[in-house]
Design a protein around this ligand. Sequence first.
Ligand code: GLC
Length: 798
Amino acid sequence: MLNDSSFAIHPNLEKDKEKEIIFYDIGALLSFEQKGNVFHILCENGFVCILFYRNDIVRIVMNQNAEPSLVSSIACIKQPEHVDVQVKKIGKETIILNTPKLIVELHPSPLRVQIKDQNGSIILAETKLGMGYTNTNHVYCFKQMDEDDHFYGFGEKTGFLEKRGEKLTMWNSDVFAPHNPETDPLYQSIPYFMTVRKGKAHGLFFDNTWKTTFDLKSYEDCYSFSAEGGQLDYYVFAGPTPKDVIEQYTDLTGRMPLPPKWALGYHQSKYSYKSEQEVRELADTFIEKQIPIDAIYLDIHYMDGYRVFTFDKANFPNPEKLIADLKKAGIHTVPIVDPGVKKDPEYHIYREGVLGDYFCKYLEGNIYIDEVWPGLCAFPDFSKTKTQQWWGEKHAFYTNLGIEGIWNDMNEPAVFNETKTMDVDVIHENDGELKTHKEFHNVYGLFMEKATYEGLKKLLNGKRPFLLTRAGFSGIQRYAAVWTGDNRSFWEHLEMALPMCMNLGISGVPFCGADVGGFAHDANGQLLVRWMQAGSFIPFFRNHNNLQSIRQEPWAFGEKYEKMIKKYIELRYQWLHHFYTLFKEASQTGFPVMRPLFLEYPHDPNVTNLSDQFLVGDNVLIAPILRPDTKCRTVYLPEGEWINYWTDEKLLGGKFIIVEADLSTLPIFIKRGTMIAQGSVKQSTKIPETKLEIHLYRNDQGVSTYRLYDDDGETFAYENGDYFLKTLTCHQSERSIHFTITNENETYKPSWKEWNLVIHLVDKPVSLYINDKKIGQENMSVDLAKKTITVTLNESFA
Ligand code: GLC
């Protein structure tokens, strides 16, 4: 029938219907002009802008159709600083833009951008290929890849630590299927990486929210990054150390505010603790067994028919009392909140959403409806300021009940359809600058976190909110901690959690962790013990598992395992103060709490792809056992001398060693010269610290420093100077140890009244001085067997 109409000559009926992809190079440079701090370049096939944000950060933007827009995505919070750029022309050919830290060379025919460091060594080069685009409006950039280039970052990715040889896609995705090395993408999109070449590092952030791909696989000598739309908009960070790159990237995209202390404790979760009684029994068991705990999570069953901002009246008849009782016991309640709002004309949130015009819609005006846990749902359009405000304010429902932490899930957004997400044709109003979901998808979760964080912050009257999210984009660290979604109780997934969290850490997200014990599948006693051991040193420490999986609370597999698990939860609390100090550092510098070894030892070829051990801060090395029935493993100790935490045995670094570790032992090594604060075991962080110990693993020579930080642990008062900071500096020689304790700030008085200095490795007599005062034998307690000296520090030293 159709053949009777014009359909018979429809262009799609032509044999070769597939659109041929044509690639356009940006072409030759035609003109170059400086306007203010922006360099404008017109090329044969498009427009390019270059501007410096700092001496060591440059932004390059290509638009094939028009002058580039310099509006950045939500990821960036930094405005360009004033940078003195010297512009030189070499002959008629090359244009050179010079800052004290970066040299950008523009070679004209065709335009190729070479970026060099302050010494004139190339960090990023373009040769045959440079910038370009296709007739389908995909944008590309190719860079040369050196034999010695190693790639890290890219946010939340499976596989080993180093990503050379991988092709990685950024498209926030809900993946319940087992996460294996080829599972990509997952829930987070962080289009950023750093390259380490012969110990020196530089970084690159591709600020494009469309689906992006990083191809480090297809060619031997070059890699590419590309997007399915938008501009080619990227930033280059000069390094030159890996830590410099992180500092530069997080200056651009923001740093994590200091979390409340309780968020650093042990958290217990399950899909789901289904009633008030079950939650109370759970809390009581922790308390009876004296296993420390700071938070219990409520998964989707707490709600009335999975309607967010409600409680199921039958199973949770008195949430206010439950939450208050738990809080009294030092346990915070963290409920889950998903973005899907049940389509139910009698449900107040749905009504408000429709009447207030807060939901995502098609261009034609109809609300986008699709299925998640509650059945058919509408989804808040978080791109609109008014939706953000509405959603934020709705959290009064939780904060009025005493809640201070929210767990956001399914915010990719996950939808139960074939594409697993929202129709990409849905429109996000974005305060007038409309975007399709295709463009907005990767930032949907980040906008949800912004709305939730800002709402909670207002509602909590000065207290710090805690947010946990599954989805995110670059900049997510400003609002939320990240967990790596639905892993499984596989030994391989315990192993994978390490490089995944290390890469998240170097991608600006210091507060991250994987479901301890594994989410899906069934754990067993041995696996849970080993996972708890690793988890106790991973920044976010939460045990969570699935509806159908067998239970995996610390006591689930019997007393033998419970005892070992308890030991490591307790250890976390002993180390909590040290963690807090590292979180403080992360909030100021962006440096992760959990670090791959190359961050501290970038010149050491043995750590290039070391995926099964990590550092906590710069000098504590954790090497978990990651295999069943295994009581030993190889551990790489970088240069220097290391101390076995459990035995104080001295070990020479710069080599691999074999370490014995029975089921109750997590291998931990401390670099000589390190200081660490240790507190006492307590039921929760609510119990004030009464005694703090500063352990020095003494060296025969050299200087060690420690910045001991504390504040009230729950408010923003520290931002107004209400904190405690002492710098401990220690000059060591074979015969003497000189401590200098400097009070940097004492506006906040910590809870501990007593603090001790514990000096390890005292195998020969030493003289000890504190602030130039010699400490007499009568003021020291010497343990000859342990080879330690303990001194109680009192006011006269501080
Ligand atoms: C998702 C989450 C998981 C949660 C479940 C039910 O699978 O990743 O953590 O328990 O949804 O809410």
